[in-house]
Design a protein around this ligand. Structure first.
Ligand code: ATP
Ligand code: ATP
Ligand code: MG
Ligand code: MG
Lengths: 226, 226
């Protein structure tokens, strides 16, 4: 359901930075995949290209079988809004909205009435332990609380695909386990989940791990996945 | 060298949020202290008050023996600039400057010539593994690279006190160990270091751990420190 073929991502510079260097990757529907690797190895760049938030310099990207390069911006953003929940490494919350509305806005494209959007947002906030912070705005939240709002926003619509960039980096281990538990629940319900993580225990809990180094896939244990 | 007495920090709201609830804390010169606790327990708030970036609602704060409330803003910001290196949970880098200048600006108050500031900045960037990214600006850096620039900026002046808020949250374990190694080196050279961390292994490597929960000090193993 997610395919990268011969993908290169190069940033201009002196010298240019080859953030991704000839990547082939296939993620099948319903998989749960950890992406690991040193800081700067290309993980976030990879996730942004997988999620069609960024275009490769070379190579092909296919989402649910459709070539991303062949889609209009309008169709692409609609496909993303309907199928992908994205947790960003830098959260990207709206400071002017409280936690509840930051999450509820993720349902705007779904033709769900405002009251129902807020009800579902409240439910997911409770699942990440933030019911008591629903009306705080991001500047009034701790780092880990903001991270959990970003997670809630990514999953409130039960998306078919979840792409999470270091979703527990600002969380204590117990809260982190709760969050990973939510991702496992979504996975059990059929979602395809890709998680960038620096936590070896989290990676070990997932059936498949892809290791990046210097923009290359260094290892991928899918061959051993039953 | 860092003292909090009966400190309360309350944010307005319905109901008000008591982020710190009657905290007594003493950190002695040359100590190495980990601060741990669940997300939202008050750690960042505590560090901001310890570093005089924020004023308590009640209680007394003393830095190097001087009551913070008795200092003018000018004297306070000079004391901070000369004695404290702060690593923020959200980094707070300047997007318009490259990594080298983000670090070099931390030496502005020291009457060091520009060329010498940049030389020292380059040295510390090398110590955090970012020599090859010296001329990238924050938007051109990965999450962990930005975190390392923030760390470099905090320590380039060899400050007497380092306050680090989750300095390894975006780093793989090997890079994280290198960074903690740098903090241990500074400590061995006499700095007082307080590190907020969610990493149990990092906390275990430090002689003293203060545990927060709901704005209270739940445990402090200083009594057992020889
Ligand atoms: N401006 C504010 N207004 C209201 N509440 C606030 C404000 N800033 C912080 N808080 C609340 O104070 C509490 C403590 O925040 P703090 O940032 O100190 O937590 P923390 O222990 O650093 O958490 P984390 O591990 O998630 O970074 C949080 O529950 C947060 O929601
Ligand atoms: N706009 C840009 N211009 C130049 N180089 C860039 C740009 N964006 C990212 N890079 C470089 O590309 C490399 C890969 O970045 P990426 O964010 O994918 O790393 P990462 O594996 O997510 O790292 P981390 O674990 O630190 O988050 C980094 O070395 C970074 O410096
Ligand atoms: Mg990243
Ligand atoms: Mg914090």
């Amino acid at each position: 359901v997610l395919e990268l073929e011969s993908v290169v991502k190069e940033y201009p510079g002196v010298p240019p930075v080859r953030a991704l260097d000839d990547i082939d990757l296939r993620v099948y529907a319903g998989e749960l995949v950890a992406v690991v690797g040193p800081s700067g190895s290309g993980k976030s760049t990879l996730l942004n290209i997988v999620g069609a938030l960024d275009r490769p310099s070379q190579g092909d990207v296919r989402l649910t079988g459709q070539a991303v390069s062949g889609l209009s911006d309008k169709r692409l953003s609609r496909l993303r809004a309907e199928s992908i929940g994205f947790v960003f490494q830098q959260f990207h919350l709206l400071d002017a909205l409280d936690a509840l509305d930051n999450v509820a806005t993720a349902l705007l494209y779904r033709n769900v009435a405002p009251a129902e959007r807020r009800r579902r947002a409240a439910h997911v906030l409770e699942q990440v332990g933030l019911a008591h912070r629903a009306h705080h705005r991001p500047p009034q939240l701790s780092g880990g609380e903001r991270q959990r709002v970003a997670i809630a926003r990514a999953i409130v619509g039960n998306p078919a695909i979840v792409l999470a960039d270091e979703p527990t980096g600002n969380l204590d281990s117990r809260t982190g386990r709760d969050v990973i538990g939510l991702l496992h629940d979504l996975h059990a319900a059929g979602s395809t989940i890709v998680v960038i993580t620096h936590d070896a225990a989290i990676a070990a809990s997932m059936p498949r791990t892809v290791e990046l180094r210097d923009g290359h896939v260094e290892a991928d244990n899918r061959a051993q996945v039953p």
